[in-house]
Design a protein. Structure first.
Length: 276
């Protein structure tokens, strides 16, 4: 059993000991996801491209003409990060129940399971970034959808900052959801609905500049997912300096949520096995 009275020992003290297992579970999750697929992990490249194409056709006439340069690239930058967040949190949410048989027989720090689910999805995100680069190059050099107006400078090199913050934030959310799912199975369905609503609340398919209501803008601007997506866009789409207020807000959300996730996990980890 994990020592819930010593959070540091429970979470960080065992990390070095089990980091090899975390790496193997991450690799296994990637293989299982594409086990019966002909294209295999290549889907991590193709899927975001197809999503971008479909959504661009559907929404470009509504939002693409409202001061957005190269709408497909704008859409891609938001959809890419949002897809990582929803996919990885959904995988982390069911990780304890999916591995219940192993957890009951073999001792492994339980946080390994949701974290491996999130890290395997992060690997897929890394591959999808190659797709984004290809899309950016295509529109930049063809000039389609005003792609010739896209910028590129040294700010793009900081793209990893919002990605790391999003990874930390997602790890915290994943830990919280994985624990809640053990006690309340309906969380899975509630989270599916929430993610659908979140897609339209966060400016992914539209720019926040079109929002006129003061309170609606405030609701969007306090959303941590908006912080990460906007920071990412500032790096690779607008190619400007990251807004310091957004950066501080995203950092606070990311590490604050992670600490809450660790606290909940440490408080309930010994009790989880009795509810699986």
């Amino acid at each position: 059993m994990e020592n819930t009275k010593n959070g540091e020992h429970t979470f960080w003290g065992t990390f070095n000991q089990y980091k090899s297992l975390l790496r193997e579970l991450t690799r296994k999750n990637i293989k299982l996801k594409y086990r019966d697929s002909v294209l295999g992990i290549f889907w991590s490249f193709v899927q975001p491209l197809l999503n971008m194409a479909v959504l661009s056709v559907v929404f470009s006439s509504l939002f693409g003409r409202r001061g957005i340069t190269c709408y497909p690239v704008f859409l891609f930058t938001g959809r890419l990060l949002f897809e990582f967040f929803t996919t990885s949190t959904k995988a982390a949410l069911v990780s304890f129940r999916t591995n219940a048989a192993i957890i009951k027989k073999v001792y492994v720090p339980k946080y390994i399971y949701p974290l491996s689910s999130i890290l395997s999805t992060f690997v897929n995100l890394s591959i999808s970034l190659l797709c984004f680069v290809c899309v950016w190059i295509f529109f930049r050099f063809t000039g389609i959808s005003h792609g010739d107006e896209l910028l590129l400078n040294w700010h793009a090199l900081l793209f990893f900052v919002p990605l790391i913050l999003l990874l930390v934030f997602t790890a915290g959310v994943g830990l919280i959801l994985s624990v809640l799912q053990v006690y309340f199975r309906d969380i899975k369905y509630m989270w599916d609905v929430f993610c659908t609503l979140l897609f339209y609340i966060v400016p992914i398919i539209y720019s926040i500049d079109i929002i006129q209501s003061k309170w609606t803008r405030l609701l969007i601007e306090i959303n941590p997912i908006y912080h990460m997506i906007e920071l990412f866009r500032q790096c690779v789409y607008y190619c400007t300096t990251m807004d310091i207020n957004l950066l501080l807000g995203a950092t606070a959300w990311a590490f604050g949520t992670l600490l809450i996730g660790i606290w909940i996990f440490n408080k309930k980890s010994d009790d989880l096995i009795f509810h699986m």
